[in-house]
Each structure stands twice: as structure tokens, then as C-alpha cells.
Design a protein around this ligand. Structure first.
Ligand SMILES: [Zn+2]
Length: 392
């Protein structure tokens, strides 16, 4: 851990003890080629539609609006709650196997996703995806939420509301849903400025870009830092300032944005410096094809270096923080740094994995070993390198 060979003792769901092993013994074990493991805090997938494992790679080659209308919405109309449970279960297993133990979901039939998360012992915020069609019967909507409330108690999961986007939910309904989020103290999770088309349509119809439009509707005043803008890709400086002043969370989904040709100039540095909590997600398997957050970290880091012509931007330790701590902060989960007394929620990678072979241990400081390991994890490995996840 942190480049120091240590024994980590877990008792129930807590890290009870971390005991460094003496340097002589460490050298002996390394010389013999004993297997040991790197330990890192588990990751948080901050934007996904987990049941979309059922639609993996659907509509490949189509741009977002055709992809939604031709490949996704017609297939989703056929899904039953049981289908959604099976799809979400596959997703939860995939996430757990690749080092992710918490996720922020947006879909329908949220009880099905909750069941899958509970069975695989993942933590989740599960949002009901809403379009204008769901809002027609407000009584039904309220009754539905009342009925699911008790299912979430003691599950380690929470529920929230997710207006799908500004182009599928009217101004009136966006305000109604923000009132709901404020009243129930839930997150307000929305696809935001995902494509240039979304931005241009909003400018044409409302005279202002999406974030200014939401601000004028009073959405940020109502939900504040509980606002989660998935994608947040096409933004101008005024919009970034609005998002920063409310300390909202933005979720970059690089693989999905690239696959759908939505864009790649995510303004990481500007958002971070403005006060936005920047996090990372894969999006659903229909657009990102997998739920591998290690792969997503690599793509995010490489894109930032590429668009700025600067290899020092978003180094391995910083992108790891984006993919772990920042997500936990957004979901209100306790810190899972590997420290005595903290919750035990981390993953292990074997030194026998080929990507981590031949690291120079003997003549390196713990910090150098840790950096070397992190660089290999982000740039050379993918989520399949994860040997085991430790989480109750
Ligand atoms: Zn999405």
C-alpha cells in the first residue's frame, strides 16, 4: 500500500489494522518472487444505465439522436422489470469485477436495479429516469415513489430523480422535478449539454445555452450541489461559472462521447478550477460497450493531454481521485482511503499480472513504487487486472 509492503487486516466492514512489514523481510519476499498485491480504494461509476448490458453495443455507428430513436427507445419499450433486473445484475457483477463498488444509475423500474445492487453488495444511487410522458399522471408518480421508499431503507442505496434531458422534459416538468428533489433531499441527475445539437437547439428555442436555461428556470437555486450533470461537454465560460458557483457535480463519460461522436473537448481544468466536482462515468453499455472504469480513466487522461498538447495534464493520481473520492463525495459515501478505522472498500491487483512485472522495488522509494504502479494501472492495464474486491 502506497509502495510499502504491509499486512492489511479487515474486521467486519472496517480496516482494523495496517502493519508495514520490515524492509529485510520485504526484500526476502521480493527476491523469492512471492505474490503480493497492490491495494487501491474502489472506484465510483458516476453515470450509467446499468440494465443496458442487455443492449450492449446496440446501434453502433449512429449519432446520438438517431441512436436513441432507432436503436435504444424501441428496444427499451420491450423490457420487463425482470429483464431490467437481469441486465442490472450483469452490470453489477461486471463493475465489481473491475474495481467499481458504487454507481450512480439512471433508468426505469428502479426496484429491479436496487435488487441487483443489493445482491452483489454494491452501493448505488438509483435514479428514476423521467421524460414528459412519465409526468402526465402526477398522482401515479407520487404513489410510485412512496411505494419504493421503504425498499431503499437499510439497503446501503439511495434513490433520486433523473429528468432525462432538457429536450425530453418540459420547463414546467423540470421545475416540478427540482421541487421534488428539494423536498426529498435527493440528487437531481440529468444528461446535460451532451451534444452540439442539444446546445444549438436550446439556443434556437430559448435564446440561451442549456445551463443558462436551467439557471433561469431556478433549477440550481432549488437543488444546488445535488445537481449532477452527466456529460457537461458543450459549455461556454458563463455556463462553467454558473455550475461552479453552485458546486455541482459534472460527470465526464469519455468513451460514450467518443463512440457516439458527441465530442471530446471536456473542459476538465476549467470546470475543476471553477469549483465543479468533476467525476467519471462509463455511461450505459449501449454507448460505452463496457463498464470498465480503469479503461475510462485512461481515456479521460489521454484526452486531456491530447486536447491541450501537454502530457503533464491530469496525471494518474489525479484521474484516480476523479474516479474514486470525487464520486463518493457526490454520492455522500464515507471516505474509503485505505486508512485504519475507515470502511474496507478497496481492490487488489496481483504483482504476478504481466503489466505489473519488473517494477524496480529494491532501489526505489515507496513513493516511486506507488507512482510506477499507478502509471501502469492507468496507462497499461484495464479493469481485468483487478484480482479481488474487498467489500462487505
Ligand atoms: Zn446516459
Amino acid at each position: 500500500m502506497d509502495g510499502v509492503l504491509s499486512d492489511i487486516t479487515v474486521d467486519s466492514d472496517k480496516i482494523a489494522r495496517i502493519e508495514p512489514i520490515g524492509p529485510d523481510y520485504e526484500a526476502q519476499r521480493r527476491e523469492k518472487g512471492d505474490e503480493f498485491f497492490f491495494a487501491l480504494p474502489s472506484l465510483v461509476n458516476m453515470h450509467t444505465h446499468s440494465a443496458m448490458t442487455l443492449l450492449r453495443s446496440a446501434g453502433s455507428g449512429l449519432p446520438l439522436f438517431r441512436w436513441l430513436n432507432e436503436a435504444i427507445f424501441p428496444r427499451e419499450a420491450q423490457l420487463t422489470p425482470d429483464d431490467i433486473y437481469r441486465g442490472a445484475l450483469d452490470a453489477c457483477e461486471e463493475m465489481r469485477q473491475t474495481g467499481t463498488t458504487a454507481f450512480n444509475d439512471m433508468y426505469f423500474s428502479i426496484g429491479s436495479t436496487l435488487r441487483a445492487a443489493k445482491e452483489t453488495k454494491l452501493q448505488a444511487n438509483i435514479a428514476l429516469s423521467v421524460t414528459d410522458r412519465n409526468c402526465e399522471d402526477k398522482q401515479l408518480f407520487a404513489r410510485f415513489l412512496d411505494s419504493i421508499h421503504h425498499k431503499f431503507e437499510e439497503s446501503g442505496c439511495s434513490f433520486s430523480i433523473a429528468p432525462h434531458s432538457i429536450y425530453t422534459v418540459s420547463a414546467h416538468n423540470l421545475q416540478m422535478l427540482a421541487d421534488f428533489a428539494k423536498e426529498h433531499q435527493t440528487l437531481f441527475h440529468i444528461h446535460l449539454s451532451e451534444t452540439q445539437k442539444e446546445r444549438e437547439d436550446c439556443l434556437r428555442e430559448n435564446g440561451v445555452p442549456p445551463v443558462v436555461y436551467l439557471d433561469r428556470l431556478g433549477i440550481f437555486d432549488k437543488v444546488g450541489s445535488k445537481f449532477i450533470g452527466a456529460h457537461s461537454l458543450w459549455l461556454d465560460p458563463t455556463e462553467i461559472e454558473i455550475l461552479g458557483s453552485h458546486h455541482v457535480t459534472a460527470v465526464h463519460c469519455p468513451n460514450s462521447n467518443l463512440k457516439l461522436g458527441s465530442g471530446y473537448r471536456f473542459l476538465y481544468t476549467e470546470l475543476r478550477d471553477a469549483g465543479v466536482n468533476v467525476t467519471l462515468g462509463t455511461d450505459g453499455c449501449a454507448s460505452s460497450d463496457n463498464l470498465d472504469m480503469v479503461e475510462a480513466m485512461k481515456v479521460m487522461s489521454l484526452l486531456q493531454k491530447g486536447i491541450r498538447n501537454d502530457p503533464s495534464v491530469l496525471p494518474a493520481d489525479e484521474v484516480l481521485k476523479v474516479a474514486s473520492n470525487n464520486g463518493r463525495k457526490a454520492l455522500g459515501l464515507p471516505d474509503n482511503s485505505i486508512v485504519e478505522g475507515n470502511v474496507a472498500d478497496f481492490f487488489l491487483i496481483s504483482t504476478n499480472n504481466r503489466v505489473f512485472k519488473n517494477i524496480e522495488y529494491i532501489n526505489s522509494t515507496p513513493t516511486q513504487i506507488h507512482q510506477e504502479f499507478l502509471n501502469r494501472l492507468i496507462y497499461a492495464a484495464d479493469g481485468n487486472a483487478v484480482s479481488q474486491v474487498i467489500k462487505q
